[in-house]
Write a protein that binds this ligand. Structure first.
Ligand SMILES: Nc1nc2c([nH]c(=O)n2[C@H]2C[C@H](O)[C@@H](COP(=O)(O)OP(=O)(O)OP(=O)(O)O)O2)c(=O)[nH]1
Length: 141
């Protein structure tokens, strides 16, 4: 695997993988320069974890839910979507398998947003996430 970027993983959590109509957006409360911006829950992997394992662990830690991953929303490189500061994020569609998502860590608000360009575009996403949100929309249509 190519290893030029710090690998981040993120989840485009939809209400239902079979019939997606809403996306779970999460508002970051830290670090300061990302506070107030919306993103896909996720984070960095730990040594020895696959990206999928890292993502399911992050969703349990951050939101308190068990998750089921669907298809990857492939980005322009093997490492996914370019982020700021030399990082890249692989993104998977996902749904909640058990539990109710809560902003336990890193976020101060969660919102189920209709999978419509206008509704999603109204949130101040981390700039790097705008291309990802557009690809998620395209992938569920
Ligand atoms: N989780 C997530 N991080 C994103 C997104 N977009 C984006 O630019 N980032 C950036 C913010 C952070 O600099 C980095 C992810 O780091 P993180 O802070 O979520 O990772 P982590 O929970 O494992 O935290 P740490 O171990 O680095 O402290 O990627 C996104 O949609 N989701």
């Amino acid at each position: 695997m190519e290893n030029g970027f710090k690998q981040v993983v993120g989840a485009a959590i939809v209400d239902s993988l079979a019939r997606p109509s809403r996306l779970l957006a999460a508002r970051r409360c830290a670090p300061e320069h990302y506070a107030g911006m919306w993103e896909s829950p996720g984070g960095r992997g730990e040594p020895g974890e696959s990206c999928e394992e890292a993502l399911r662990r992050e969703l349990l830690e951050e939101l308190g839910v068990d998750s089921r991953l669907g298809a990857e929303v492939a980005g322009p490189s093997q490492q996914g979507w370019p982020l700021a500061a030399g990082a890249a994020m692989r993104v998977w569609l996902a749904e909640v398998a058990a539990g109710e998502p809560l902003p336990l860590e890193d976020h101060d608000e969660l919102r189920w947003v209709p999978l419509e360009a206008e509704k999603l575009g109204a949130l101040p996403w981390i700039p790097a996430d705008l291309a990802i949100v557009a690809a998620v929309l395209a992938s569920v249509r």
